[in-house]
Design a protein around this ligand. Structure first.
Ligand code: GDP
Ligand code: MG
Length: 183
């Protein structure tokens, strides 16, 4: 038969984490393949759309929600989380404080959104700015990171660099697989 049936999905995906960890940079890299030292942080929420041909008959639209200016607040509002199906939590490997904040972001998320069945939404942890890693004392021990993910309910972690375009596609693909497997 023609036209063939194309399945289309639209997913709301949150990108959260402390100020300056690279949330906007990761989104710009993933969606537009660009990097800049300077993204204006306007107050509010930005959206970016990444369209993926998941399979010959399946198109996925990933609507990435980028927070700006709300990072210092104690958690985001429920409205912001509403109907999100997955999230990326970002920290900056050169600033341990942003890692310490990760469980806080995760707890805020889990308290305000869940899948229709009640399970927590899949969340991937991004250890960003790994291009700067060798210049700092921060080391990423894979075993410790895996344990951290297990303890805090992250489905996986990736060391990323928005600057060098490292691991961002892989992390997004992994997250999307998690979402699609639950469909
Ligand atoms: P946000 O506040 O979480 O949205 O962070 P931004 O995306 O605005 O990034 C904050 C700063 O870190 C900017 O100067 C970016 O250029 C820089 N930055 C973001 N990602 C990386 C990265 O992977 N490597 C390096 N070296 N700098 C980055
Ligand atoms: Mg930003």
């Amino acid at each position: 038969p023609y036209p063939t049936d194309i399945r289309e999905y639209l997913y709301k995906i949150l990108v959260i984490g402390d100020l300056g960890t690279g949330k906007t940079s990761i989104i710009k890299r993933y969606v537009h393949n660009i990097f800049s030292q300077n993204y204006k942080s306007t107050i509010g929420v930005d959206f970016a759309l990444k369209v993926i041909q998941w399979s010959p008959d399946t198109v996925v639209r990933m609507q990435l929600w980028d927070i700006a200016g709300q990072e210092k607040f104690s958690g985001l509002t429920r409205v912001y989380y509403k109907e999100a199906v997955a999230a990326l939590v970002v920290y900056d490997v050169t600033r341990p404080k942003t890692f310490e904040a990760v469980p806080k972001w995760k707890a805020d998320l889990d308290s305000k959104v869940s899948l229709p069945g009640g399970e927590p939404i899949p969340v991937v942890l991004l250890a960003n700015k790994t291009d700067l890693k060798d210049e700092t004392s921060t080391s990423l021990d894979p075993e410790e990171m895996e344990q951290f993910c297990e303890d805090n309910g992250f489905v996986k972690w990736f060391g990323t660099s928005a600057k060098d375009n490292r691991n961002i596609d892989d992390a997004a693909r992994f997250l999307l697989e998690e979402i699609m497997n639950r469909e």
